[in-house]
Structure formats: C-alpha cells, structure tokens
Design a protein around this ligand. Structure first.
Ligand code: FAD
Length: 311
C-alpha cells in the first residue's frame, strides 16, 4: 500500500484536531505516515489515529525560520519515499508549505479541499463560493491541503514506528528568520477555523456581541463576525469570516444578524448545518440555511442560551 504523508500541526506536543482528521483521510488513500517537527516524545495520539510511521525532525531551523526549512524537509522525505499523497491542514502556514513542497517535488497541488475520496478526488468550493468543483492531481504525488472539520477523526491503531530524520537545510531556506512572536489573546474559546461550532454576529448585533458570546459559550463554540461588524470596530479583524476573512467549515454555523452577502457566504457555506437568526424573513441568508429563526437576536439568543444551559 502506498505511503501517505501527513504533516502534523501541534502546539508544544498537543496535536490539533485537523491533524487527526488528516490521518483519517490518509487511511482512505493508503498507509499514513506522520511528519512531526519537534523534539521529545512523539505524541501517542498519532499512532492511535493510524500513523504507521512517524518521521521526527528536531532542528532549531524549523522554529527559528519561516516555513522554507519545513518545506525543504518535507520535500526531501517525499522525494525518498515517493508517497501517493502529502496532506496538510488548510492553515496559512499549511498552504504556504504545500505550495513550496509541490513546486519542489514537481507535483500538482490542491488547496482547501473539504473532502477527499479514496481515489484522490477532492471537493472544493471556488470563486467566492459560486462553484463546487471536484478535481484530482494527475502529476506526481497529490499535495492536498484540507480544511478543518472535513472528516471525523477515527481512532485506529497504527504501528507508530518513530524514525529520526535529519535534513541539511540550505542557506537559501534560512532567508527569513523569526525575530519576535506575540502570544494569541486567550479567549478560552476554540480556534475559529478549527471549531466544530461557530456562532457569528453581524451588523444586526448593533455593536453588542454579549448575546452572541454567551450563546457561543453555552455551546463551547468559537465566535466569528461579518465584515460589517469588523469594519465598525465591534469585533477584532482576526474574527472576520468571508471572502476577505477566514474560511470556516464547522459542523454547525449560527449566523446572527447577518444578511448573507455573497462575500460572507464564501467563508462559511461549506458548514455542515447552518442556522440563521434574522429579523427580516427575506434576508438572503435564509436561502442557504437548514434552520431559520425570524426574530430579534436580542430576544432569541438569550432564550436559546438559557435552554441550552438547562440541559
Ligand atoms: P448587513 O448586510 O447590514 O445585514 C445585517 C442583517 O442583520 C440584516 O439582514 C438585518 O435584517 C439583520 N438584523 C438587524 N437587526 C437585527 C436584530 N436585532 N436581530 C436579528 N437580525 C437583525 N463581508 C463579510 O462578512 N466577510 C467578508 O470577508 C467580506 N469581504 C468582502 C469583500 C469585498 C471585495 C466586498 C465588496 C465586500 C465584502 N464583504 C464581506 C461585505 C459584504 O458585502 C457585506 O457588506 C457584509 O457581509 C454585510 O455584513 P452583515 O450581514 O453583518 O450586515
């Protein structure tokens, strides 16, 4: 069975859920091998989710510089092992690494897949969400970035054989050094692009996100915002969802006081279940929802929050 490389995202050894989703997808395509950048014990969760082999790369170059050293190392492993596919998460870093790897190993690249079948056919939403396309890499190993929440992580025991790999990183790959980094503000909520549930607010909040946040917290959800809310200075720009913001694909998306402009849809319409709360029953968002509530979010959300807290 062909090897399928999965590039692991982790924070100090805590492996992210999208990585476990990638391992689940990798099992459809072949035999999963994880590529783990970092020292110390390799997290057992990788073998528990099917990794037969784990390439461990421990070198300061991978944390001291921007993505080029990682891309060089992944390309080296791919060159040696001739995998069927290389899977990465569709984060900003994942996509940049994927592009560099595809170039180095002269393979086709597909970004932002929301599904990958066993024969390597991917599904993507393109042109600001106007089309859903299916495509397949026809040249070399398939380099694919997959959006979070595209699969349910499935536990399955893999051998988890760790192989230490040392790659001579070129000087060219050390062109951009990280000189400072700021810790993310801790909200206690899940990361927006990885969350299983996203509760978003728009201009209809009137600038007060307290009901949106309380409802999100009752569900353990991440909070997002429309551009109108962000441009008004009501919520930080990093929480904007849409064409010029982040793309989310959660199990459940709840849009509150958001009209459903095409540019907003582009960032959320691949969500599995969509609910909208809007006081205008003709708001375009109702065209794409699974459930719609016509009402004032200031009334609906506190009631919904109370009900959920009772359970
Ligand atoms: P509005 O369109 O003003 O809608 C507010 C909604 O709230 C209305 O439907 C109203 O009925 C409802 N409402 C009002 N009060 C209440 C209440 N009390 N309770 C319930 N409902 C209420 N937008 C994005 O979101 N993301 C992007 O990335 C993005 N990128 C863009 C890129 C470009 C190039 C351009 C041109 C535009 C972009 N936009 C983007 C802007 C987009 O076109 C819309 O203007 C924006 O999405 C509107 O935000 P909104 O739905 O919050 O506000």
């Amino acid at each position: 069975m062909s090897e399928v490389l999965v590039v692991v995202d982790h924070v100090d050894g805590a492996v992210t859920k999208p990585t476990l989703e990638l391992l689940t997808i990798a099992k459809r395509l072949g035999e999963p091998s994880a590529i783990y950048f970092g020292g110390g014990a390799v997290p057992s969760v990788l073998a528990e989710h099917g990794a037969e082999k784990i390439y461990q790369l421990d070198d300061a170059a991978y944390t001291d510089f921007l993505v080029a050293p990682k891309a060089e190392a992944i390309a080296k492993i791919a060159g040696d092992s001739s995998p069927a596919a290389v899977l990465l998460s569709s984060s900003a870093e994942g996509k940049e690494i994927a592009a560099r790897v595809a170039l180095k190993i002269e393979s086709g690249l597909i970004t932002d897949a929301v599904d990958v079948t066993a024969d390597g056919v991917t599904t993507q939403s393109v042109f600001a969400g106007n089309f859903t396309v299916q495509s397949k890499v026809t040249k070399g190993a398939s380099v694919i970035t997959v959006k979070p929440n595209s699969a349910n992580p499935e536990a399955s025991a893999g051998a988890g054989a760790v192989e230490a790999v040392s790659v001579d990183i070129s000087d060219a790959a050390k062109g951009a050094k990280i000189t400072d980094s700021q810790p993310k503000a801790e909200s206690g909520r899940p990361e927006l692009t990885e969350a299983a549930i996203v509760v978003a607010g728009g201009r209809g909040t009137g600038g007060d996100f307290s009901e949106v946040e309380a409802f999100a917290d009752s569900l353990g959800a991440a909070v997002g915002a429309s551009r109108a809310a962000v441009d008004s200075g009501w919520y930080p720009h990093s929480f904007q969802i849409g064409q010029t913001g982040k793309t989310v694909s959660p199990q459940l998306y709840v849009a509150n006081g958001i009209s459903g402009a095409i540019q907003h849809r582009a960032g959320m319409q691949t969500s599995k279940t969509i609910i909208a709360v809007n006081k205008d029953d003709e708001a375009p968002i109702f065209e794409l929802v699974d459930f719609g509530v016509v009402g004032d979010l200031k009334t609906v959300l506190p009631q919904a929050t109370d009900e959920i807290k009772k359970r």
